[in-house]
Write a protein that binds this ligand. Structure first.
Ligand code: SF4
Length: 377
């Protein structure tokens, strides 16, 4: 008999195994949570590792050489991810976002993308499959990702100035390689491309106008630049409210800098969209504002997050998950897992950002908020 490998569970986050309801709950595609929000968007973290050390996500002093990342045996296999994704899709998921850590560090990711691209919604439609990356290795992978079935891509880029960017990623990575990755994704037809900039007052807010100018002048204005308010995710980034630059001030800076072609509000493209859309008056593209701190958008949050080793988190600021991997590996049937997932989602009432101001700085029960590198942004 071969040696049994016991996968190490990440004990940093409690995650009870969801109960399988006595009464089966079949998938109808219309599952809603306790606040009436449907399940439409699944974010799947395929690795907890990253080659950057962005201070607002994986500060180097905590995620140092001694930090213990998850062993391979703990990670969900591509078959397990696809099996779970199929169940989420039956419950109503229409969009899958692959995240991390840095998802392009997971070996053979194209294979997973092809497996997910074969899935169909209950009414036979293709899924919207996208990915969030720091683009450090995108230049050489873009064509293969597109061929595997990836449709769109989001790139995290916190500044154009090389010195500022190297300080933000804290591994001295050059901005030119990220811009080359965006160009390769554009050439491969992975669009519309979105670029996410986390704005930290006093650190990179001077990059707001140069970034907007750059993406208006490149790629035919097809790249959508989104400015994200710095958030108190996880328990490691030392978040302080005074380092948040509210989106209203970001917008004002852009209006002042580009007064001849002001920004005008645009309608959301889909329900539950996190970004508020603004279009340039001359039609040279649009920007987005993601304001989780000053304009919470929990009321139509339809996002679920799956960690690298199969824990389901119902909110980016959650302190506990639901262990779906144990269900998968316990021999539970798809029907059982379908019912268990329905039970978990139906009980969801998370709205952390709406309640942030009323919340204590740290969870009362001493639990830790889950880290972003573990469940993706
Ligand atoms: S704080 Fe939680 S519930 Fe609110 S929008 Fe973010 S993930 Fe959704």
């Amino acid at each position: 008999m071969g040696e049994t490998v016991i996968p190490l569970a990440d004990l940093r986050y409690t995650a009870p195994v969801p109960a399988i309801p006595a009464q089966a709950i079949p998938a109808t595609g219309l599952l809603a949570d306790a606040l009436g929000r449907p399940l439409r968007d699944l974010r799947i973290s395929v690795t907890d590792r990253c080659n950057f050390r962005c201070s607002y996500c994986m500060p180097k002093d905590i995620f140092d050489r001694d930090y213990v990342f998850l062993p391979q045996t703990s990670l969900l296999s591509f078959e397990e991810i696809t099996r779970l994704a199929r169940i989420f899709v039956a419950h109503g998921v229409q969009k899958i976002r692959l995240t991390g850590g840095e998802p392009l560090l997971r070996k053979g990711l194209d294979t997973l993308i092809t497996m997910l691209a074969d899935l169909r919604t209950p009414d036979g439609n293709r899924l919207d499959i996208t990915l969030t990356t720091n683009a450090s290795v995108l230049a050489r992978k873009a064509t293969a990702l597109q061929a595997a079935g990836l449709q769109r891509i989001t790139v995290s880029l916190d500044g154009l100035d090389d010195a500022v960017f190297r300080r933000m990623n804290d591994v001295d990575f050059p901005v030119a390689d990220v811009l080359a990755g965006i160009a390769a994704a554009h050439a491969a037809g992975l669009g519309p491309i979105k670029v996410n900039m986390v704005v930290k007052r006093g650190t990179n807010d001077q990059e707001i106008v140069p970034m907007a100018r750059y993406f208006r002048q490149h790629f035919g204005g097809s790249v959508v630049l989104r400015f994200i308010e710095y958030m108190d995710v996880g328990a490691s980034n030392g978040w302080r409210m005074h380092e948040v630059l509210p989106s209203a001030q970001v917008l004002q800076r852009l209006q002042d800098a580009f007064a001849d072609t002001p920004l005008r509000p645009l309608d959301p493209t889909v329900a539950g969209e996190t970004a508020e859309r603004w279009g340039w008056a001359d039609g040279s593209g649009e920007i987005g504002l993601i304001s989780s701190v000053t304009q919470a958008f929990c009321r139509d949050c339809n996002r679920a997050r799956l960690s690298t080793e199969g824990k389901l988190f119902l909110c980016l600021f959650a302190t506990r998950g639901h262990d779906l991997r144990s269900l998968l590996r316990s021999g539970a049937s798809d029907a059982d897992i379908t019912s268990a997932l329905a039970g978990v989602w139906a009980g969801r009432d998370d709205r952390y950002s709406e309640l942030r101001a009323a919340q204590p700085a740290a969870p009362a029960d001493g639990a830790r908020r889950v880290e972003m590198h573990y469940i993706g942004g």
